[in-house]
Design a protein around this ligand. Structure first.
Ligand code: AMP
Ligand code: MG
Length: 474
């Protein structure tokens, strides 16, 4: 059993809305992530698949569970919505892992809550499997993320553009506290709860800042620093989150709320997949800029907690935001230089990006090919024959070091969850066959492994397989 010890539910009642009703599904287990459970020291081995499916679809509650739907607000595509909240999710409770790290156990697709607005509180199977695959890939890539513990079919159909099988995802997070959680209280002018939330977040996620002088500013700074690192890491693997609204940005620095997200195949700096992102606000290349926009929204919330002189706090935050503009570019070029096996070099990274985009090359395999060129191996693509390669190569080779190949091996995955494969396994599951999904989960576990023959999971899509649009599906 999970030994629950719930702290969020002890906060004032404005933070959440309790849930008491169980679902009346006949759930069916799709997958339970046993290796994650043992990694964290959760022992559920004695439970049958049936019982796991019940517990992780809120059809039954494990002893100690204290389910609540969490309140938050958020800027959605730049427009402020004062009340969002868990409309199709619930926080079952929290536990401490082997190392005393606190985790939330959260269900997604588990039914209507106080915050559902016009939604049905359900999730179709597609978004559940997409989040499972992408979050577990992210983990394998070494990038901070919420984890996927379990996926369950509900046995019910949900109405989307068509009728689709319903499912519930169980995800674990260091916390589900969003920039939007702060906005929820700030918008009401509720400084008391804002203060409680900030103290709680520091205690739980940044304990080293507890009782330090100027801790609110330091907290804000630490959140932004984690995000800059995180988003640079996304960029380094071609990940596009797709909906970087303030309610989908966690103060824990984990990737959260996988919606219409995707890893890009061909490199386009301003690539957008999401069908709802019509102006490219959350395009690949805009993600760091948007992060800084979100940092400003968090800063606005925290000003009342930063001392008497609000004008002074504002000036200080504005100055720090411009520093973040620089830090972010530095972080991006650092990580992208490493992928090329070289020291920090803005010009070479830029030349490479121009070359990739000009020929619409596959982002992932092109880096692998550079490494193969250095190792005198046959390349997977024909990049060496393309116009501009010789010039780029001359520039690049000037900066190479003795350990370039080793560095590239560490930074460049050969396996990413290819969008067309994700869609393929989702289509199979919609038609009742979960096996391709199960196989794909296994195939994404060793992204840095080098194979001389590409597997179907590693191959870029053929033209007719290419997925151009992704959907929230909510
Ligand atoms: P997202 O941008 O997908 O993270 O969701 C934005 C908001 O819409 C959150 O408050 C969700 O809880 C809510 N939402 C999304 N889908 C549903 C649904 N099917 N039923 C109820 N609320 C939903
Ligand atoms: Mg969300």
């Amino acid at each position: 059993m999970i030994s629950f010890s719930n702290t969020y539910a002890t906060l004032p009642s404005a933070f959440f809305s309790p849930i008491s009703d169980k679902n009346s599904f006949r759930p069916d287990l799709i997958v339970f992530n046993h290796s994650l459970a043992s990694e964290l020291g959760i022992d559920l081995n004695e439970l049958s698949d049936k019982k796991l499916a019940e517990y992780f679809s809120a059809t039954d509650f494990m002893p100690g569970t204290g389910p609540v739907a969490m309140a938050y607000a958020g800027h959605q595509f730049g427009h402020f919505v004062p009340q969002l909240g868990d409309g199709r999710a619930m926080l079952l409770g929290e536990f401490l892992d082997k190392n005393c790290v606190r985790y939330d156990v959260h269900l997604k697709g588990s039914g209507r809550t106080f915050y559902s607005r016009r939604g049905d509180g359900r999730s179709a199977i597609g978004p559940v499997l997409r989040e499972f695959l992408l979050s577990e890939s992210m983990q394998a890539l070494g990038i901070p993320t919420t984890r996927s513990l379990c996926a369950v079919r509900t046995g019910e159909m949900v109405q989307r553009e068509e009728m689709l099988p319903g499912a519930v995802l169980t995800r674990l997070a260091r916390a589900h506290i969003r920039v939007g959680t702060f906005q929820f209280f700030a918008a009401k002018g509720d400084v008391e709860n804002l203060n409680i939330l900030t103290k709680y977040s520091i205690e739980r996620l940044y304990p080293e800042l507890k009782e330090t002088e100027d801790s609110v500013f330091k907290f804000w700074h630490a959140v932004c620093s984690r995000q800059v690192k995180l988003i640079s890491q996304w960029m380094s693997v071609g990940f596009i989150h797709g909906v970087m609204n303030t309610d989908n940005m966690s103060v824990s620095g984990e990737t959260i709320d996988y919606g219409p997200c995707a890893f890009m195949d061909q490199f386009t700096f301003n690539k957008v997949f999401s069908s709802i992102d019509q102006n490219g606000r959350y395009s690949y290349g805009n993600q760091l800029q948007i992060a800084v926009w979100n940092f400003a929204r968090l800063a606005e919330c925290l000003i009342p907690l930063m001392g008497e002189d609000e004008e002074k706090s504002k000036e200080r935050l504005e100055a720090e935001l411009s520093v973040f503009q620089e830090t972010m570019m530095k972080e991006y070029f650092t990580i992208m230089s490493k992928k090329l096996g070289i020291e920090f070099n803005v010009e070479t990274v830029k030349s490479w990006n121009v070359f990739l985009e000009r020929h619409q090359l596959d982002f992932t395999l092109s880096y692998i090919d550079l490494e193969r060129i250095l190792g005198n191996k046959k390349t997977f693509t024909d990049l060496e024959t393309l116009e501009g390669f010789r010039e780029f190569s001359a520039q690049w080779k000037e900066s190479l070091k003795d350990d370039s190949i080793a560095l590239m091996k560490k930074c460049n995955p050969q396996t990413i969850p290819r969008n067309h494969m994700v869609e393929k396994v989702i289509r199979a599951a919609e038609a009742g066959d979960d096996q391709p999904f199960i196989i794909m989960v296994e195939n994404i576990k060793k992204p840095f492994e080098r194979l001389n023959d590409l597997t179907p999971y590693q191959l870029p899509p053929r033209a007719e397989e290419t997925v151009h649009r992704t959907f929230c599906g909510t």
